[in-house]
Design a protein around this ligand. Sequence first.
Ligand code: PLP
Length: 238
Amino acid sequence: MTDIALPESLAQARERLSNALKKAERPLDSATLLAVSKTKPASMIRQAWQHGQREFGENYLQEALEKQAELADLDDIVWHFIGPLQSNKTRAVAESFAWVHSVDRLKIAKRLSEQRPEHLPPLNICLQVNISHEASKSGVMPDEVMALAKEVAALPRLCLRGLMAIPAPANSLAEQRAPLAALRQLLETLQAALPDAPLDTLSMGMSDDLEAAVLEDATLVRLGTAIFGARTTQHATQ
Ligand SMILES: *Cc1c(COP(=O)(O)O)cnc(C)c1O
């Protein structure tokens, strides 16, 4: 991994996203950069914020809560929870995040809705889809997305915004695009079936497949390594 300073890597990530959008003939404001800051210190998040970054993604609840406390003065920061979510963590997530990308079962969604504090707007939700049909991966299977989406859309304190996926690694642009295209088509099916839900979000594209994701209409691309550098710290499981 190259050892460049954060402002520069952030600027490069923005340029990479802009170039991908231009190549896809999409408006430059039609996709947002989500900076995935897991395992990285609060000081790096603050630095990225000072350079205009507002949306941050975290995977591990305890680590995220500690950083949020350190960064409490940054009142326009937008926190996205993107990691696996167990029932016993839903309350803190409902209280401390604006978005959750990793909802893949109704039980978790119901808890998030019940536990979302009244003084906060509804929690934005993406359903995580196991788009590559990997046996070991989290995410709802594609043929079960419609049923789950209908139930989640009906929960009062949630706002169903779209779909998220982490496709299996692929070697060519064409191979990368196939599962991302499938996720886009799934979202289109949901949009037709749930015309009242604000289904405007495709959370897909990471450091290795950003260009493919933008070609398939990603609206929220999740970059970690490309912005913050390689992750060396091993995270304790929680
Ligand atoms: C870690 C992570 C990312 C960022 O991955 P990079 O390859 O570092 O860009 C994106 N999405 C999710 C869900 C992640 O866990």
